[in-house]
Design a protein around this ligand. Structure first.
Ligand SMILES: NC(=O)c1ccc[n+]([C@@H]2O[C@H](COP(=O)([O-])OP(=O)(O)OC[C@H]3O[C@@H](n4cnc5c(N)ncnc54)[C@H](OP(=O)(O)O)[C@@H]3O)[C@@H](O)[C@H]2O)c1
Length: 378
């Protein structure tokens, strides 16, 4: 039996992880769960999967849940960190935002393998996290479908010359700059192929999600940004590709379903045996196009921040978290997102920076403070 801790169990990835675990009752046991505030859903998960402890970040909601269950209900950020530090075979981190970074580090320190959905962990703390995992001898198992695809193709092969990340193109694929001027969050949330949480769906619509994935791939596969390109592939069937030094290309194909990369990560080093819908390659053509960086500047900004390194990716991430929230609340327009990200990076990225949790936290806070002081409708 492998023991699993799930951080963010009530979200899109967390829920699908529990679906995968339910399919293997003899293989996995749920050791602990954590969420932010959705206690009614968490209570259902406790009744079904019997974890030893849970954490709810919201103190009031945690107090409420304590009256309904017999297991320890930890609370606040400290409670989430305690659950993250719980010894287990695997910690699956499906938290959203930079709040996932320190829990990943805590789980690594506990010696747990990491199944990583929280891409912000590597966007903000990439080298720090990869070094910590190496020092501790734990596996970093990608859950993002693109990175899972690359990882499955590479199987540790070091002679990879290029990585091609595929992108569905999000809700606004094919739009012009003019069409994007007045789009709303409700439109951005209509993703054509994936059903995901709010933040990552809006990031898919701006292509910032793909920019984050470029940075994630750099760290996971030790590849410079120049060795990674992005292709718009609207069918979301080829989940990414790797090109080797002899020019040969390997790709991983399947219908879009996050339960597949989750199953791959949880079962490592074996493969799971739950079968997904068989792929009919005659049912649709597979097409690939270059992204339009003028229409979707967030992708280019992210790649520039990746090249710049230092504080730039942390500022990129913090600015995007603030701006997506403002866009979601209808306070700013689509192109305000890249505009204000560039403003924050220009203003703050040249500062002294060290890749430590404290400095990342401080840089993140400074960026949020700066942006909130210059944005409308605080
Ligand atoms: N969804 C996908 O298909 C997909 C694919 C690839 C990668 N990812 C990545 O996976 C991560 C999770 O995405 P998602 O779509 O699953 O997000 P989501 O649906 O918004 O779920 C986020 C989860 O984290 C919990 N949470 C949020 N803030 C928290 C906090 N401060 N403390 C404790 N728990 C907190 C939420 O709890 P409540 O429910 O109580 O609010 C929820 O359980 C993101 O980094 C995303 O980019 C997602």
């Amino acid at each position: 039996m492998k023991s699993v801790v799930i951080l963010g169990s009530t979200g899109s990835i967390g829920t699908q992880t529990l679906d995968v675990i339910a399919a293997y009752p003899e293989k996995f046991e749920v050791k602990a769960l954590a969420c932010s505030k959705n206690i009614s859903f968490l209570k259902e998960q406790i009744d079904r999967f019997h974890p030893q402890a849970v954490a709810v970040e919201d103190e009031e909601k945690a107090a409420h849940l304590r009256k309904q269950v017999k297991i320890p209900v930890l609370s606040g950020r400290d409670g989430v960190m305690q659950i993250a530090a719980t010894k287990a075979d695997i910690t699956l981190n499906a938290l959203v935002g930079i709040g996932g970074l320190e829990p990943t580090l805590a789980a690594i320190a506990a010696g747990n393998d990491i199944a990583l959905a929280n891409k912000e962990t590597l966007v903000t703390g990439g080298s720090l996290v990869m070094q910590a995992a190496k020092d501790k001898g734990v596996n970093m198992l990608p859950v993002d479908s693109e990175h899972s695809a690359i990882w499955q193709c590479l199987k540790g092969d070091k002679q990879c010359k290029k990585i091609s990340l595929t992108a569905s193109g999000g809700a606004f694929r094919g739009y012009t700059r003019e069409m994007l001027q007045n789009v709303t969050a409700a439109q951005a949330l209509k993703h054509p192929t994936w059903n995901m949480g709010v933040k990552v769906t809006i990031d898919s619509a701006t292509l910032m999600n793909k920019g984050f994935e470029v940075i994630e791939a750099m760290h996971l596969f030790n590849m410079p940004v120049e060795g990674i390109d992005v292709l718009i592939h609207k069918q979301s069937i080829v989940h990414s590709m790797v090109e080797f030094s002899d020019g040969s290309i390997l790709a991983q194909l399947s219908y879009p379903d996050m339960k597949l990369p989750i199953q791959v990560a949880l079962n490592y080093p074996e493969r799971g045996d739950v079968k997904f819908s068989p792929l009919d390659l005659t049912a649709q053509p597979l097409t690939f196009e270059m992204p339009d960086l003028d229409v979707f500047p967030c992708l280019k900004i992210a790649m520039d921040c990746a090249k710049q390194g230092g504080a730039a990716p942390v500022i990129l991430n913090a600015a995007d978290e603030v701006l997506v929230d403002y866009f979601y609340r209808g306070l700013i327009k689509f192109y305000d997102v890249p505009y204000y990200i560039c403003k924050a990076v220009d203003k703050l990225a040249a500062r002294d920076f060290q890749l430590t949790p404290e400095c990342i936290r401080e840089t993140d806070a400074r960026c949020r403070e700066y942006l909130i002081s210059c944005l409308p409708g605080r």
